[in-house]
Design a protein around this ligand. Sequence first.
Ligand SMILES: [Fe+2]
Ligand SMILES: [Fe+2]
Length: 253
Amino acid sequence: MRIIDHISDLHFNRVDTRAAGALLARLNADPAHLVAVSGDLTMRARRKEFRAARAFLDGLQVPWMAVPGNHDITAYYPWERFFDPFGRWEHFIGPDTEPMFEDDEIQVIGLNTVSRGGLHLQWENGKVPRAGLLRLLRRLRRLPEGPFRIVIAHHPFLAPPDQPGTPVVGRGERALRDLAQGGVRLVLSGHLHVGFHNIHRITAEEGDRLTVLQAGSATSTRLRGEANAYNRVVVENGRATWTAHHWNGETWT
Ligand SMILES: [Fe+2]
Ligand SMILES: [Fe+2]
């Protein structure tokens, strides 16, 4: 059995500091095997924001992995944005924007869906990069079969069931098919600041299914009608179950 706490959209430094402090205490008091962070660690990719996000992650007494979100590349320095968009991420968070956690029960692989955008700077919704997807599929082929396979990415691959018109990541539908064929059973993502899950049926005949699980924002004060939240995922006997935890202003429930 493996437990993963999936947190997203921390958005330092627009953070509810009480929610963040209580979250850290809770994640440490009842530790998972892994904390998986699906991007938007910062608000504007400022160095001080990255420092604060890193201090939060350093406070975890649990292994963690993180992928970047659209807020984690700078909008203020075009040169940096186009030629070294993940330089700050690599400096403060980790050398890899496609990290992996692997043991004998789970394989969790990061997919970087952040697009630096063209001249029009339309980058918010992100896209699945062809090269990144191929790299991920190649990694999956090399990994031992058996462990439960999970992909973590910032942008949503499917819209919330009650808001079907919500923009999702570019090339996402196609990628979901490839991921399912690669044995991925669960995709964890964020970005919308709204939590939900959505089952993607690849082919009706096969009954082959992949679940897309969204976490709300764990600590940001920019909320979209939903309290701060994170998901606890339990993987056991080839199945994943999850529970959403919410901040009620006093405590995590
Ligand atoms: Fe966000
Ligand atoms: Fe985002």
